[in-house]
Design a protein around this ligand. Structure first.
Ligand code: NAD
Length: 293
């Protein structure tokens, strides 16, 4: 297939390269010259405008920073410029409302479109092992699935338009809250005189077990190798966790959902980010929980 890829940053760069590896002809567009030159090295054809990049293609994939940019790129330069009938896939993490309104406009203009945000970070994007949560009609999902499969290990149909974004922010709200709960628990266990490894051995086999503990342990030297073992570098940046928690809080408000744990997680990550830790992995929040009396 001929596929346009818009937004070749940390995530999009590797995803576009995987589409090339799967045999697709990829037209790449990004505002950054550096991103375009990396895309060229990875076998993409590069363009200086979205309109040129979408000319004559079968599919358009985007991986952009936020909903405002996604809406502007699709409304201004994709709809009415990509061939009618092309399948459109937005893989960015954005708010549910914008995802639904861009898809509604795309459908009105004669396109199928899905929201298909991802779970998994830069390593999964490079390795083609992302998990995609997809919102859209059955027809749109069936058309999007083979393209997404070339970039991921799992492609799950979450429901109608916007359901992919809803699944993504619900999952990440749970992740943010469970990471903080895991961090404060290890900090308290240590103050009570428990050896962290011993507490891990017990809790990882008891009812406190959770993903933040056993797959992403925030304590260096305990559990599998994680960003904690690398001074909290790499992994999933605090700034991105905060972005997702803000989207979750907006979504909760829009449907009048009561989410006290999610709200507290958003507050704590906002404080941690404000203190200059936005670039650290989100599990680094254990440091402030340890330090605060
Ligand atoms: P990034 O900032 O590295 O990449 C975004 C790219 O979009 C940049 O190259 C930028 O130049 C480009 N861009 C911005 N405006 C543009 C425009 N108008 N037209 C074309 N290109 C434009 O960000 P990222 O880490 O790759 O994240 C992309 C999306 O993926 C975000 O929505 C993020 O929330 C989501 N996400 C990121 C991760 C992660 O670990 N980095 C994990 C899951 C989901």
């Amino acid at each position: 297939m001929k596929v346009t890829f818009i937004g070749l940053g940390n995530m999009g760069g590797g995803m576009a390269a995987n589409l090339v590896r799967a045999g697709h002809a990829v037209n790449a567009f990004d505002l950054s010259g550096e991103a375009l030159s990396r895309a060229r090295d990875n076998g993409c054809a590069t363009f200086t405008s979205v309109r040129e990049a979408v000319d004559g293609v079968d599919a358009v994939v985007s991986m952009l920073p936020n909903g405002k940019i996604v809406a502007s790129v699709f409304e201004t330069d994709v709809l009415g410029h990509a061939p009618k009938g092309a399948i459109l896939l937005d893989c960015s993490t954005i708010d549910v409302g914008t995802a639904r309104s861009v898809t509604a406009d795309a459908v009105a203009a004669g396109y199928d479109m899905v929201d298909a945000p991802v779970s998994g970070g830069i390593a999964a994007a490079n390795g083609g092992t992302l998990t995609f949560m997809v919102g859209g009609t059955d027809t749109a999902f069936a058309r999007a699935e083979p393209i997404l499969s070339a970039m991921g290990k799992a492609v799950i149909h979450a429901g109608a338009s916007g359901a992919g974004q809803a699944a993504k922010i619900c999952n990440n709200m749970l992740l943010g809250a469970s990471m903080i709960a895991t961090c404060e628990t290890f900090a308290m266990a240590e103050k009570l005189g428990l050896d962290p490894q011993t507490f891990y051995d017990i809790s990882s086999k008891a009812s406190g077990q959770n993903w933040s503990m056993t797959s992403y342990c925030p304590v260096p030297g305990v559990g599998p190798t994680t960003p904690a073992d690398n001074d909290y570098q790499g992994g999933f940046a605090t700034a991105l966790m905060l972005k997702d928690l803000k989207l979750a809080m907006e979504a909760a408000q829009s449907v009048n959902a009561h989410v006290p744990m999610g709200e507290r997680a958003a507050e704590l990550y906002a404080q941690f980010d404000k203190a200059g830790n936005g670039g650290l992995d989100f599990s680094a929040i254990i440091q402030t929980l340890k330090d605060q009396a």
